[in-house]
Design a protein around this ligand. Structure first.
Ligand code: UDP
Length: 329
């Protein structure tokens, strides 16, 4: 039986595909290659097309024996989601609706879902637990929460079992050096700091120095992308064993400030990285740190690449070898 990975050519999707390849799984990938890269796929059978195309999905389910899905395909830029909410409702929510209808039609009842800490919004308390209030502060988080809820009601109606994985800040690159992070446009702190280290941008902007944190900059929970990838494989295992639907946070449980990330990048790269303090970015909570106790206990998840130096070091290695990212642009 094959695992269908939607968005398998994207940053986190491609690392999950790599983890499935390492396990010897049969893999089918759907990607419309709007954000994803063909070169990021190191195994499996790729179908290029869009989730919203039901006939395209029919072909895939008819040509393959799929027993579980890992669903990454979505737009994921907070800023863009605030300017163009329709794009997010259409691609993320409607795309998931088409997918879920096909899953029921083809009797595939296991789905692992790529969710986000943005479903919580401003945290009530820290570290964030899965039962905490979900009140997204941006359209992106709202659509991801809507997708989780769709799965819940499809479970009630049809017995579709889902595992929603709420990621904190994914960063880093695969140990093989074959795949890494290449977004266009790039908005994430770690790859932007590395671009500054490579001289591809004059400085890194620090969005706000007046937050109620020790050094005044935002604190985030950075987690290695390969540790995230491992959690997806464990979640597929849980569903294959007949596990119930559930939601898990995936983070390190330790927060680092924007300034700490920049300082660590200076150490790791040995480069001077100029930093310029700018205004706060809209919608940024001061501190987001996860409790991942539930994932550790119930999935047996054991993230091993926890050190910020190693996370940034792996990203540095990939970007040095691939200074302009993937070659398929
Ligand atoms: N950030 C920053 N400068 C940048 C990009 C991000 O100061 O050029 C900050 C951002 O405000 C947030 C943290 O870095 O506090 C992590 O942002 P990122 O976009 O990487 O992830 P997010 O937390 O939004 O998912």
């Amino acid at each position: 039986m094959a695992v269908l990975v939607t968005g398998g050519a994207g940053y986190i999707g491609s690392h999950a595909v790599a983890a499935l390849v390492e396990r010897g799984e049969e893999i089918v990938i759907i990607d419309n290659l709007q954000q994803g890269h063909k070169d990021a796929i190191i195994g499996g059978k790729l179908y290029v097309g869009d989730l919203r195309d039901g006939e395209f999905l029919d072909t895939i389910f008819q040509e393959n024996s799929i027993d579980a899905v890992i669903h990454f395909a979505a737009n994921s830029l907070v800023g863009e989601s605030m300017k163009d909410p329709g794009k997010y409702y259409h691609n993320n929510v409607y795309g998931t609706l088409v997918l879920l209808e096909k899953l029921i039609q083809y009797d595939v009842k296991k789905i692992v879902f790529s969710s986000t800490a943005a479903t919580y919004g401003e945290p009530e308390s820290l570290p964030i637990q899965e039962n905490d209030r979900t009140l997204p502060t941006n359209t992106y988080g709202e659509t991801k929460l809507a997708m989780e809820k769709m799965m819940k009601w499809y479970d009630t109606a049809y017995g579709l079992k889902f595992v929603a994985l709420r990621y904190f800040n994914a960063a880093g690159a695969h140990a093989s050096g074959r795949i890494g992070e290449d977004h266009s446009p790039e908005t994430h702190l770690v790859p932007l700091v590395i671009q500054a280290a490579l001289g591809q941008r004059p400085h890194i902007s620090v969005f706000g120095e007046d937050y109620p944190t020790e050094d005044g900059t935002c604190i985030r929970d950075y987690i290695h992308v390969s540790d995230l990838a491992d959690a997806h494989v464990l979640a597929v295992d849980r569903l294959r064993k007949g596990g119930e639907s559930s939601v898990y946070n995936l983070g390190n449980g330790t927060g680092f400030s924007v300034k700490q990330v920049i300082d660590t990048a200076r150490q790791v790269t040995g480069r001077e990285i100029a930093a310029v303090i700018e205004d706060r970015r809209a919608g940024d909570p001061a501190i987001l740190v996860a409790s991942s106790d539930r994932a550790r206990q119930e999935l047996g998840w054991n993230p091993t690449r926890n050190k910020l130096e190693d996370i940034i070091g792996s990203a540095w290695a990939w970007h040095q070898a691939n200074p302009s990212g993937y070659n398929d642009k």
